[in-house]
Design a protein around this ligand. Structure first.
Ligand SMILES: [Zn+2]
Length: 211
C-alpha cells in the first residue's frame, strides 16, 4: 500500500527525539514530497554539558532538521524547562492546538505512549488530546520504552539511514550518549528491517489510524 501524506507533524519533547525516533521516516517522507513540520518543546538548557553555550541545542536542532530537509519555517521551538514539561502541560496542549489551527496535519509522529520519560509521556499525552481526529504513530526510543509494540514499519533505504545518521552528528552536545552513535542507529534499523524482510526500517506503534 502506498500512502501519500501531505503534512506531517513530528512532535519532539526535546530537540533530538524526533531525529532519533523518526529521522529515517522524515527523510523518506520528504523524498515523497510531503511537508514535514517539527515541534520541539525543550532545548534542555539545564542539561547542556559544561563549557557549551546554553542555547546549543537550539543551534543543533536547526542544523539537524535543515540537514534532513525540513524547511526552517516549519521548525517550531518552544523553550520549556527540561524534566518539568508536566508543569506546562496546558501550555503545551495550547501550543499544539495553535499548530493544528494553522496547518491541517494528516499524520502526527510522537513518542510512544509506552515511553517512561516524564517529558516524553507528557508531550505524547497532550499530542493525543490535541490531535483527536488524526492518524498518530508513536516512535521508538528503546532506552525509554518499557514495552514497544512494533505495529507499523517504514521501510528505509541506505540513503534514508545515512540522512538520519548525518543529522544526528549535528548534536555535538549529546556526544557520548550511546544511542546517538551511528553503529547503534544502524543496528536498530537493521533489526527492524529484519522483522519485515527489508534492509532497514524504523518501527512505530500505531496509536490511531484513520483511513
Ligand atoms: Zn527526550
Amino acid at each position: 500500500m502506498n500512502l501519500q501524506f501531505a503534512d506531517i507533524l513530528v512532535i519532539a519533547p526535546h530537540t533530538d527525539d524526533g531525529e532519533l525516533g523518526a529521522g529515517g521516516a522524515i527523510s523518506y517522507f520528504l523524498e515523497k514530497k510531503a511537508k514535514v513540520y517539527y515541534a520541539a518543546f525543550s532545548t534542555a538548557k539545564d542539561s547542556v554539558p559544561k563549557g557549551m553555550p546554553e542555547d546549543i541545542l537550539k543551534t543543533e536542532v536547526r542544523k539537524a532538521t535543515k540537514s534532513l530537509g525540513i524547511e526552517e519555517k516549519n521548525l517550531f521551538i518552544y523553550d520549556y524547562q527540561v524534566r518539568k514539561l508536566n508543569h506546562f502541560r496546558q501550555e503545551i496542549l495550547e501550543n499544539l492546538i495553535t499548530l493544528r489551527s494553522k496547518i491541517h496535519f494528516d499524520l502526527v509522529l510522537m513518542p510512544s505512549l509506552n515511553d517512561i520519560h516524564q517529558d516524553h509521556i507528557t508531550v505524547s499525552q497532550e499530542g493525543l488530546r490535541a490531535f483527536k481526529t488524526t492518524s498518530i504513530l508513536g516512535y521508538e526510543l528503546i532506552w525509554n520504552n518499557l514495552t514497544f509494540n512494533t505495529t507499523c514499519f517504514i521501510r528505509l533505504e541506505e540513503r534514508h539511514l545515512e540522512n538520519k545518521i548525518k543529522a544526528l552528528k549535528y548534536y555535538k552536545s549529546q556526544k557520548g550518549k550511546d544511542y546517538i552513535l551511528p553503529e547503534f542507529v544502524r543496528s536498530l534499523a537493521k533489526a527492524r528491517g529484519v522483522q519485515i524482510g527489508a534492509q532497514y526500517a524504523e518501527a512505530f506503534e500505531v496509536i490511531r489510524w484513520v483511513i
